[in-house]
Design a protein around this ligand. Structure first.
Ligand SMILES: Nc1ncnc2c1ncn2[C@@H]1O[C@H](COP(=O)(O)OP(=O)(O)O)[C@@H](O)[C@H]1O
Ligand SMILES: [Mg+2]
Length: 358
């Protein structure tokens, strides 16, 4: 399989900079997810690695070798797209055989059959092998597309939002299947998506891309618990991290709405009076009659095992996750606090976490 490195990759289209000084290191056998909004530069990154596009600056290494002069075929990567590109009048088997029948590869007929059968079994599409691909459902077609990538045994899998055209239930099922598949193959995956749930649930590592720049790289836990700035804080979690404006006074957080909440240690250097943004996840806010903050219940959403409560303090809203048995009515006055150890302090101006700023 393969180790992928991007070093100082910049890509411009005319006067537009699609990627700026991108550094990514994907370990052999890793499931790396690049998370970013539409236009962030995800597809461009994949196309550069696949050899369909040349970088304006920087280098790409596959297993330590600079691939600048390698064509797309030599790079031996498989690109799976959002829109499956199958041959509609051919059967699933023919579609799976196709990548093995190219003149460059020269795979023996016996081996072709063996590989196609094995892939069909892995993806649970054996019963579809003789069906024409235009008779398949969306999920079945996407499985066949993935099968076409796997059957070749490429060094790297590049996946460009392969699940985003599918309905929610199928997306969830294929998420699990793809992750299992990657682990079984021991393959290197670069999966790009705008869906934070996909990123959090599948990635060994996540890279957060904003406007062509990599903002943070880390495990899902690092990205979730210790976001480098308010952009990343908002990018993951549903509902996202609460971002509360305020200042510091005598070691406590003073929200601009007036309430004061305690802080723990290890937040980075902050001095009294410095304008800050306090970041706290909904599950780290709790309701308690003796707590220092006061709010009105603005909205309650039942999610089975928990409730998501929207609290209103002055003009501002705070999301809190509470146990489902918590009795709450709209417009109730409640008291709340947070877990002081889980608060992330961001500079109010730059939005950068004080932990990361050092
Ligand atoms: N061939 C191209 N010519 C001009 N601009 C392009 C081209 N490909 C991509 N771009 C621009 O580069 C930016 C990144 O695009 P893309 O990589 O497709 O983003 P994503 O896949 O994250 O939505 C966008 O602003 C897009 O319009
Ligand atoms: Mg794209």
């Amino acid at each position: 399989m393969a180790h992928i490195e991007l070093k100082g990759i910049t890509k411009t289209f005319g006067s537009h900079t699609a990627l700026k000084n991108l550094n990514i290191d994907i370990a052999d056998g890793e499931f790396f997810v690049l998370l970013g909004q539409t236009g962030a530069g995800k597809t461009t990154t994949l196309r550069l690695i696949a050899g369909l596009e040349k970088p304006t600056a920087g280098q790409i290494f596959i297993d330590g070798q600079d691939v600048a002069d390698w064509g797309a075929a030599e790079r031996d990567v498989a690109l799976v797209l959002q829109q499956y590109s199958l041959y509609p009048r051919y059967t699933v088997r023919e579609n799976l055989e196709f990548p093995l029948k190219s003149r460059i590869r020269r795979v023996e007929p016996g081996e072709i059959k063996e590989r196609v059968d094995r892939v069909a079994k892995t993806l649970r599409i054996e019963h579809l092998l003789d069906r024409k691909t235009d008779r398949l459902s969306g999920g079945e077609m996407q499985r066949v597309s993935i099968g076409r990538a796997i059957v070749r045994k490429p060094r790297v899998f590049l996946m460009d939002e392969p699940l985003s055209a599918l309905d929610a239930k199928l997306r969830e099922a294929l998420r699990t299947e793809l992750k299992n598949l990657q682990m079984n193959l021991g393959a290197t995956f670069l999966f790009v998506t705008h869906d934070q749930i996909e990123a959090m649930s599948m990635g060994d590592k996540i890279g957060v891309l904003n406007n062509g720049q990599l903002v943070q790289t880390g495990t899902p836990q690092e990205i979730y618990g210790n976001p480098v700035n308010t952009f990343v804080a908002r990018a993951v979690g549903s509902p996202p991290m609460n971002l509360i404006a305020g200042t510091l006074a005598g070691g406590e957080a003073v929200a601009s709405e007036g309430y004061r909440l305690p802080l723990g240690n290890g937040h980075g250097i902050a001095t009294d009076g410095r304008p800050l943004t306090f970041g706290i996840r909904p599950e780290d806010i709790f309701l308690d009659s003796g707590a220092p903050g006061e709010a009105r219940v603005h909205d309650v959403e039942n999610h089975g095992v928990e409730k998501i409560v929207t609290l209103r303090t002055g003009e501002k809203f705070i999301h809190a996750t509470v146990p489902t048995q918590t009795a709450l009515r709209i417009e109730d006055t409640v008291r709340f606090s947070w877990n002081p150890e889980k608060v992330v302090l961001f500079d109010a101006g730059s939005g950068v976490s004080l932990r990361h700023a050092g």
